[in-house]
Structure formats: structure tokens, C-alpha cells
Design a protein around this ligand. Structure first.
Ligand SMILES: [Cu+2]
Length: 364
């Protein structure tokens, strides 16, 4: 960005030089588009592939763009040449007509067919390469069920002992191992998309889809639903957290444990626990280790550890949590979680919400 601005700025008032610098400025912008700055500004970019799946899509994009630019330059060049060559000459009369020239007809039918074939080969190869048979994945593959909800994500980790670790809106994976997502929806169509991990894939009510990729670099990756699924579709976001194997094992071991017990003597947390586990929250949420077992809303067992809340739309902190609990539909229109604050028709006082926040944050 900076170099492009300097280029055009330093030659203000010299139109010829400015015109010549446009291609340089465009190139500088394109290169800037690939840098770390771009990634920071636009974390949902497809231009920083970090899995084999994402690299296949990226390569196809650049190949199609390259061929498209080549064809464009060629066609516009030839057109420009003909416009100049056959420009109006006084007294030249009608030019020679060439309808039905068989050679030309064959040529401009064959050339596009060849170009399409050139694109089709890597495209079909990419389709097969990104749809491996789920039955033939490596033995150490991590399998995670992804359930699309309105408007959040449930992630389920089946464990060898028959238990299932359940979390929401943040999917954790190890690097260097194949990740196999089993995609389902219990309502409408959604589409799982973490651009740096690979292409979109739909979550469909009466069909199981699969998405397979191998994360290579630890980090936090942004994603969101990519299929219109109702009022708050654009607020259905998520984070994919890629850990080292050790970090992943640690995370999973913690998630597999029941909720932490409030410290004796911490009365705010204890009061919050009592309100959450006997009040309205029971109707929709699960907290392992308490009597709460419902799946309408996200599993809250280790809620305090999550970076974000309300499907990735805001940071998980006390202030946002208060906004959410007080009046969720004002943050996420159409949310199934009703307003809970007493001044918006709910039953909780501000003080009670303070206790609930203390308990939810203690769920580490
Ligand atoms: Cu959706």
C-alpha cells in the first residue's frame, strides 16, 4: 500500500509518468495483497493457504486467472490491431466480406474448447484430490462431527472410550494430522468455510458430507457459514484453532473433564452456579458435571476458556456476556435465546446476571 501511494504521489503533475506508473502501482498492490499485513486486515483470506486442500484451490484460482488474463490480452490486442488496421479511409469503399470462412469458424470453436480442456483437467483432478474416501483415511485421523445450528456451530469429538467431547464455535485441531469433519445440520442448509483450510462444504439435513484437510501451522483461523441460513446467517462465525500435538492433547484432556466446581468461599460463583443449574438455562444448555443436559443451545462446560461468544461475533468478556445474557436477540436477531434481563421482559436482575457471569467465566 505504502509503496503504491509513494509511487503515484511523488509524480503528481506529470501525467505521462503517472500513467506509466499505474502498472507498477497495481503490481505493488497485488504483492501487498499477499503479505502479513493483508492477513491481519483480512483474516478470512484464501490467499494464505495452510493445508494441501487450500493450496489446490489457490493454485486453481491463479491458473484460471493467468489463463483468463492471457486470453483477455490476446483478444483485446487483436481487436485493437484490427480497429487500427481497418480504420476509416476516405474513398476506400466496402471492405472484403468473409462470412462463412470455414477455417476461421473451426479455429474459434477449437481454441476455446482447448482452453476449457486445459482448465478442466486440473479442476477435475482437484475435485478428486479434495474428496478422499472417508473409509481410507490414515489411522491417526482426527474425526470431528460438525453440526450446523441457527446460528452457531456444534463440534463433537467422539472419544475411544465411547464418550463425546462437545464444544461450540471453536474447533480445535492438531497440526500434521489429517482432520476429517463429518458435516451435518439439524435445521436448514449451512456451509462450513475456513478459507485458509480449504473450500466450502455444505451441511445438509438429510445427508452427511465430509471435509478432509491437514493443518500445517499452529494458529487461530477465521471462518464462517457460507450458505444463507436465515436472519443471522452473517453472524454465524467460528474460529479454528490449530495446536501442536501436545497443545491439542492438553486442550482435549481439559475439555473431556466435567465442569470445574466453584471454589468454596467464592460466593458469587456459587450463587451463579445455583442460578444457572436450576434456572432457565437448564432448558437449553449442557454443563457436564451438573444436571444440565439439553442440546438446543451451545454446550457450556468449558465456556470460560472460549475466545469468543455468540458464534464468534464478539470477544468473550464480562461486558459482552452481560449484553448477551440480558438481551441476546438485540445482538443476534432471531436468536433462540430469549431476553433474560428484567428490564427487557426477562426475569434476571443485573445483580443476578453478575453472579451468572462469574460462574460462566469460572468454567475453565
Ligand atoms: Cu449457516
Amino acid at each position: 500500500m505504502k509503496s503504491a501511494a509513494t509511487l503515484s504521489g511523488s509524480h503528481r503533475g506529470r501525467p505521462g509518468a503517472r500513467a506509466r506508473l499505474w502498472p507498477c502501482a497495481t503490481l505493488a498492490l497485488l504483492l501487498a495483497g499477499c503479505g502479513e499485513e493483508h492477513l491481519r486486515k483480512y483474516p478470512q483470506t484464501t490467499f494464505h493457504p495452510t493445508t494441501e486442500f487450500a493450496r489446490i484451490s489457490d493454485w486453481l484460482f491463479w491458473l484460471s486467472l493467468g489463463l483468463g488474463v492471457g486470453v483477455g490480452v490476446l483478444v483485446l490486442g487483436i481487436m485493437g490491431y484490427f480497429l487500427w488496421k481497418f480504420r476509416y479511409h476516405p474513398g476506400a469503399g466496402e471492405p472484403k466480406q468473409i462470412h462463412g470462412n470455414t477455417r476461421l469458424e473451426v479455429a474459434w470453436t477449437l481454441i476455446p474448447a482447448v482452453i476449457l480442456a486445459v482448465i478442466a483437467i486440473p479442476t477435475v483432478k482437484a475435485i478428486f484430490a479434495t474428496q478422499p474416501d472417508p473409509a481410507r483415511l490414515p489411522a491417526n485421523t482426527v474425526t470431528i462431527e460438525v453440526v450446523g445450528k441457527q446460528w452457531w456451530w456444534e463440534f463433537r469429538y467422539p472419544q475411544p472410550n465411547g464418550d463425546t467431547v462437545v464444544t461450540a464455535n471453536e474447533v480445535h485441531v492438531p497440526v500434521g494430522r489429517t482432520v476429517h469433519l463429518v458435516l451435518l445440520s439439524d435445521n436448514v442448509l449451512h456451509s462450513f468455510w475456513v478459507p485458509q483450510m480449504g473450500g466450502k462444504r455444505d451441511l445438509i439435513t438429510n445427508r452427511v458430507n465430509h471435509l478432509v484437510f491437514t493443518p500445517e501451522e499452529p494458529g487461530v483461523y477465521f471462518g464462517q457459514c457460507a450458505e444463507f441460513c436465515g436472519t443471522s446467517h452473517s453472524l454465524m462465525r467460528m474460529r479454528l484453532v490449530a495446536h501442536t500435538q501436545a497443545g491439542y492433547d492438553q486442550w482435549l484432556a481439559n475439555e473431556a473433564r466435567p465442569a470445574v466446581e466453584p471454589l468454596p468461599g467464592d460466593s458469587a460463583v456459587a450463587l451463579g452456579k445455583q442460578m444457572v443449574t436450576t434456572g432457565a438455562c437448564v432448558a437449553c444448555h449442557t454443563i457436564e458435571g451438573t444436571p444440565m443436559t439439553m442440546r438446543t443451545g451451545p454446550n457450556l462446560t468449558h465456556f470460560g476458556r472460549r475466545r469468543t461468544l455468540a458464534a464468534g461475533i464478539m470477544e468473550n468478556n464480562a461486558e459482552n456476556l452481560r449484553r448477551w445474557i440480558t438481551n441476546a436477540p438485540s445482538v443476534k436477531p432471531g436468536s433462540k435465546m430469549p431476553p433474560m434481563g428484567e428490564h427487557v421482559g426477562g426475569s434476571l436482575t443485573d445483580q443476578q446476571i453478575t453472579y451468572i457471569i462469574a460462574y460462566l467465566q469460572s468454567l475453565q
